[in-house]
Design a protein around this ligand. Structure first.
Ligand SMILES: Cc1cc2nc3c(=O)[nH]c(=O)nc-3n(C[C@H](O)[C@H](O)[C@H](O)COP(=O)(O)O)c2cc1C
Length: 397
């Protein structure tokens, strides 16, 4: 039997194999943030595919931190029953589930959240949402830290097997960690220790609400790829070490920012037509120029976060390590686990196309995923469409 199907462990949580469904926004929640039946069906199908651990799309912890219209909320107790419907469906199929909790910070829009987006520091307009964020007050920082704690409590009540803090892709925790986004000179910025403080307090508040034996995971950027220097692999290594020291059970390494460098986050093709399709008419020409300039520059490299994983693995002791980003062939997966570069293989786009790819690999009917990283699923998310495989193009209206 391949090493990929040997048991793995994140803290006290035992997993039947080395596969993780990386958090993937689905565009399937109700506009209130409540879980829909369609979402429950999606996770039942994925659990039937025998994935060791399933992490659904990021759930917003506070209305001000919502990133998408059809994103799942974990910001109020009214969300708990729907989330429980998902955990029940996954457990019935013998799966394990961890909720990813997040705050978008500056990476959202005023018309979605009903207020001007906020981040650690006031900055110019972002290149995708055209939002101009304001700097968070001390009171707002404490309110959001508390909101992460309350979201953790709801995840526990909903029957999750663990929690993951979304500290990657340019969202709020990532913003505090990054010298690009965080230009504060109070206790929340100005040095690596101060920039880590928000994360540290979120961890404390989250852990307070979790049973002792429930694992807390972090998705961490190892490179922000922002216009000016943000998190670099060296800084990420420092943070990863500190995360190990504050008893984080698992780290998943990723890169890129949804607004400044989404093609680093999801390397592959640039579906210009689909990416530009949703823009306002006056933005289309510029959008098309920009997207065309990206074509061919972000082609998929298999395992594009693997070098970062190799660097971090020796620094984090017993903390489990997962690597995400372009993991596509069984040969590479086995090599990563056998060499001990990481403990888990995390994938997103391949599961959108083939929810049962793990089962197929186990049964020996597939040696590689069918996903071609065409990135139309990503363009669908940006267009407020349901996330599924649109490899053949978007349906005609
Ligand atoms: C449609 C879509 C939605 C995503 N949503 C999330 C999300 O909710 N949380 C997150 O951490 N990453 C999200 N990602 C990023 C993936 O989890 C993953 O890091 C990235 O796609 C690279 O992995 P892959 O090559 O296996 O797709 C999303 C990616 C896609 C394509």
């Amino acid at each position: 039997m391949s090493i990929l199907f040997s048991q793995g462990r994140i803290g006290d949580l035992e997993l039947k194999n080395r596969f993780i469904h990386s958090a993937t926004y689905e565009g399937m929640a109700e506009e209130t943030g409540k879980v829909s039946d369609r979402l429950v069906r999606r996770y039942k199908t994925l659990a039937k595919g025998e994935i060791g651990l399933i992490i659904p799309g990021y759930c917003y912890v506070h209305q001000s931190g919502r990133a998408f219209k059809y994103q799942t909320g974990i910001h109020s107790d009214d969300m708990i029953q729907g989330l429980k419907n998902i955990t029940d469906a996954v457990h019935q199929e013998g799966g394990k589930i961890v909720f990813q909790i997040a705050h978008a910070g500056r990476q959202t829009k005023k018309d979605l959240i009903g207020q001007v987006p906020m981040g650690p520091s006031k900055m110019g307009r972002d290149p995708i949402n055209f939002s101009k964020a304001v700097s968070m007050t001390e009171g707002q920082i404490l309110e959001i830290i508390e909101a992460f704690g309350q979201a953790a409590r709801r995840a526990v009540e909903a029957g999750a097997d663990g929690i993951q803090l979304h500290s990657a892709h340019g969202y709020l925790i990532n913003q505090f960690l990054s010298p690009f986004f965080n230009q504060r000179d109070d206790k929340w910025g100005g040095s690596d220790e101060n920039r880590f403080r928000f994360m540290k307090e979120v961890v404390q508040f989250t852990k307070k609400e979790m049973p002792e034996d429930m694992p807390l995971l972090v998705k961490l950027n190892t490179n922000d790829y922002t216009p000016k220097v943000g998190i670099t692999p060296e800084l990420a290594a420092k943070y990863a070490k500190w995360l190990g020291e504050i008893d984080i059970d698992g780290i998943e390494v990723s890169c890129g920012s949804a607004v400044f460098s989404f093609l680093n986050m999801c390397r592959g093709d640039v579906p210009v037509k689909e990416l530009v399709g949703n823009l306002a008419w006056w933005m289309k020409p510029l959008g098309k120029l920009m997207m065309n300039s990206f074509v061919g520059k972000y082609d998929l490299e298999e395992g594009y976060n693997l070098e970062a994983a190799k660097m971090i693995k020796p620094l984090i002791g017993n903390t489990a390590l997962a690597v995400v980003g372009g993991i596509r062939t069984k040969a590479m997966m086995e090599e990563i686990i056998e060499a001990g570069h990481a403990d888990f293989l995390s994938m997103s786009r391949p599961f959108i196309r083939e929810p049962s790819i793990v089962k197929k690999m186990k049964e020996g009917t597939a040696d590689a995923v069918a996903c071609e990283s065409c990135n139309r699923c990503l363009a669908a998310a940006a267009s407020n469409m349901q996330v599924k495989c649109y490899n053949k193009g978007f349906p005609k209206k």
